[in-house]
Design a protein around this ligand. Structure first.
Ligand SMILES: [Zn+2]
Length: 392
């Protein structure tokens, strides 16, 4: 059962607000720093932009600040450079909150209640190269303890200086996850990261769960009912777990994969709604929000989906299912897709957005009978007939 939370706008009004204020550009998953140049220029002109430092390759990292309320929210995105969906949602949110034409009462309430700081791209070098890691090859979300990287230090310093009441750690979820056995990927997933191996419930974590619940409520009311809960294994090196353990309520937002939405433009809208839901939960007052039960009722993600599954393939004397994944790589300024062997699984344990039953017929991947795990696929061929299998 969903908890009653006062929503200041109806679903139709939210859709109208989004359509009226969405930034029309930024329609690609490849969102390098140059794509945000106009936005940053405007923010600088308005005096709401602060330079925080520079990345390894010398790219500027900054944040914008809007609102004047007592409740301080810090959101950052593209800590992983190839995960731009929430960046685009945050740009849309910024546009919504700074325009002066639509739903001014609603906007004023948020801006009077909250002070919002947004770092659109914490890892601009990764965003430029369309890669997860920074220019040093470091996954910044595994650098919370050591804080060896300039980008990590910038985030940690910002949190120390701003002392937020809520952190929003925004990422993109891969297409690997399902809400149930079969092909059922979530539109979006959340996590209130834990602070230890025992999943201890702290005040900060409970707060995060409550705000996740308000996002969940709004998403449900708008028909986005496929919401997942991310795996809560303790990750001592991850920033979410780190800040949560310092008593700062932190939410991990993982924008999901929606079938057919390759550029994640629909996901962009879903994350936008989630952000409005969180803001609504905050401005509606904590006392109105639910307990953590609603959070735990959100189904947990199952890592069982693959882009393509080759079923019943003979492999080392047994039958297996082979999971293939597509990934995007930057090639001369454009994203190109390549496919690799993600895993070799027991039959029936993984599910494919597309699948092909080999019915025990032997295949060669890159001319090999085995030794192809994690390898990029050049060809898949039926061993007997020499026929190539198309995997698009
Ligand atoms: Zn990520």
């Amino acid at each position: 059962m969903l908890t009653f939370v006062i929503m200041m706008l109806s679903p139709t009004e939210i859709l109208h607000l989004y359509k009226g204020t969405k930034v029309p550009k930024l329609g690609s998953r490849y969102t390098p720093p140059g794509a945000l140049i106009e936005l940053i220029k405007t923010a600088k002109y308005r005096g709401i932009y602060t330079v925080l430092g520079t990345s390894i390759q010398g790219r500027e990292i900054g944040c914008i600040e809007i609102g004047s309320g007592a409740f301080k929210i810090l959101a950052w995105s593209q800590m992983h450079g190839d995960e731009s969906t929430a960046t685009r949602s945050l740009v849309d949110l910024f546009s919504t909150l700074t325009q002066e034409k639509q739903n001014q009462e609603f906007i004023a309430r948020i801006l009077n209640y909250c002070t919002l700081r947004i770092v659109f791209q914490l890892n601009p070098d990764g965003a430029q190269a369309y890669q997860r890691e920074n220019a040093d090859g470091c996954d910044l979300n595994r650098d919370a303890m050591t804080q060896n990287q300039p980008e990590s230090q910038i985030l940690a310093d910002l949190v120390a200086q701003f002392n937020p009441d809520l952190c929003l750690n925004c990422h993109d979820q891969r297409s690997l996850y399902s809400l149930s056995t079969g092909v059922n990927p979530p539109y979006i997933s959340f996590l209130a990261p834990t602070i230890d191996e025992h999943s201890t419930l702290t005040h900060a974590r409970r707060q995060a769960m409550k705000y996740i619940s308000s996002a969940h409520t709004l998403l449900q009311s708008m028909g986005f009912d496929k919401v997942g809960r991310y795996d809560e294994s303790y990750c001592v090196h991850c920033f979410g777990d780190y800040f949560q353990s310092k008593g700062i309520p932190t939410i991990l937002i993982e924008s999901g994969f929606i079938i057919g939405d390759q550029e994640r433009e629909e996901s962009r809208y879903v994350v936008y709604i989630a952000l409005l839901g969180i803001l609504n939960g905050i401005t509606a007052g904590n006392e109105r929000l639910t307990t953590e039960k609603q959070y735990f009722d959100i189904p947990e993600n199952l890592n069982i989906l693959r882009d393509i599954v080759l079923k019943n393939v003979p492999y080392n004397g047994r039958l297996v299912d082979i999971g293939l994944q597509n990934r995007l790589i930057l090639n001369q300024g454009r994203l190109r897709q390549e496919t690799y062997v993600h895993d070799i699984a027991n039959p029936g344990t993984i599910f494919g957005y597309a699948s092909q039953d080999l019915k025990a017929e032997e295949i060669l991947i890159n001319s090999h009978e085995n030794d192809f795990e994690n390898k990029i696929i050049a060809s898949i061929m039926l061993k007997k007939s020499g026929l190539l299998i198309k995997i698009e």
